[in-house]
Ligand binder design. Structure first.
Ligand SMILES: Cc1cc2nc3c(=O)[nH]c(=O)nc-3n(C[C@H](O)[C@H](O)[C@H](O)COP(=O)(O)O)c2cc1C
Length: 197
C-alpha cells in the first residue's frame, strides 16, 4: 500500500506517513463503490458547529464520459498532462455562507479537513489520489451551473496506481525525489511563540 512513505522524524500512523500525491495512474476504472467510500470518509470530517460546508462534485470517467471531459477541461495544461489516465475527478467546494446568509469564516478550513479525510481514505484503499489547485474554479462552476455561494477550492484526481517509470522523465524524477517538509521546530512552537520567523 505504501509507495513513498514520509521519512518522519518520529513514527506516526502509517496511513498518514504513507499518503502522498502520485502522478502515475493506470487506465483502469475505479469501481463506483470505491468512489462512494471516498466521499463517505469526507462526510465524517469535523467542522465548526457541525455545519459541514463541504460539497463534492464527482466525475467518473466510466460512468459519464462527457461530464468527466468537461471537468477535465478546467484543469491547467500541466495537470491535464499527467492526468490523462485519471479515472475520477472530484471537485471540492465550500459553502461560503451560513444559514443566516453571513460569511462562514471556517468554510475553507472545514472543506480542507474533509478533503484530507478523502485523500487518506483513498490511500487506505490503495488508490492514487492527488489534490490540485491548478484548475479554473469559475469555469467549473459555470460549466456545471454551481450556485454562486459555493467556492471551488480544489480538484482531486483518483485512479489506480500506474507505472512511475512510464512517466515523462521530468515527472518520473519528481516521483522519485525525496519527500520533504519544513522542520518541526519551524512549524510547531511549544509553550509560546519561540521564533521570530
Ligand atoms: C490545495 C492543493 C493544491 C495542489 N495543487 C497541485 C496542482 O495543481 N498540481 C500538482 O501536480 N500538485 C498539486 N498539489 C500537490 C502538492 O504539490 C503536494 O501535496 C505537495 O508537493 C506535497 O507532496 P505530497 O502530497 O506527496 O506529500 C496540490 C496540493 C494541495 C493540497
Amino acid at each position: 500500500m505504501t509507495h513513498r512513505p514520509a521519512p518522519t522524524d518520529i513514527a506516526i500512523h502509517p496511513l498518514i506517513a504513507g499518503r502522498w500525491s502520485p502522478r502515475a495512474y493506470a487506465e483502469r476504472p475505479v469501481a463506483h463503490a470505491q468512489v462512494i467510500a471516498l466521499v463517505e470518509a469526507a462526510r465524517w470530517a469535523p467542522s465548526a458547529y457541525n455545519v459541514q460546508p463541504w460539497r463534492f462534485v464527482v466525475f467518473e470517467k466510466s460512468q459519464d464520459r462527457e461530464a468527466f471531459d468537461r471537468a477535465f477541461a478546467t484543469l491547467v495544461p500541466f495537470n491535464q498532462g499527467w492526468n490523462r489516465h485519471a479515472q475520477v475527478l472530484i471537485a471540492v467546494l465550500a459553502d461560503t455562507l451560513t444559514a443566516k446568509g453571513t460569511a462562514n469564516a471556517s468554510a475553507s478550513y472545514d472543506a480542507g479537513a474533509a478533503a484530507m479525510a478523502l485523500l487518506l481514505q483513498a490511500h487506505a484503499q490503495d488508490l492514487a489520489a492527488h489534490a490540485m489547485g491548478g484548475f479554473d474554479g469559475d469555469a467549473l462552476k459555470q460549466a456545471f451551473s454551481i450556485p454562486e455561494r459555493y467556492t471551488a477550492l480544489s480538484m482531486i484526481s483518483v485512479a489506480h496506481h500506474g507505472d512511475a517509470q512510464a512517466l515523462p522523465p521530468e515527472l518520473a524524477a519528481r516521483e522519485a525525489a525525496p519527500r520533504a517538509r519544513l522542520p518541526l521546530e519551524e512549524i510547531a512552537h511549544f509553550g509560546g511563540w519561540t521564533d521570530a520567523r
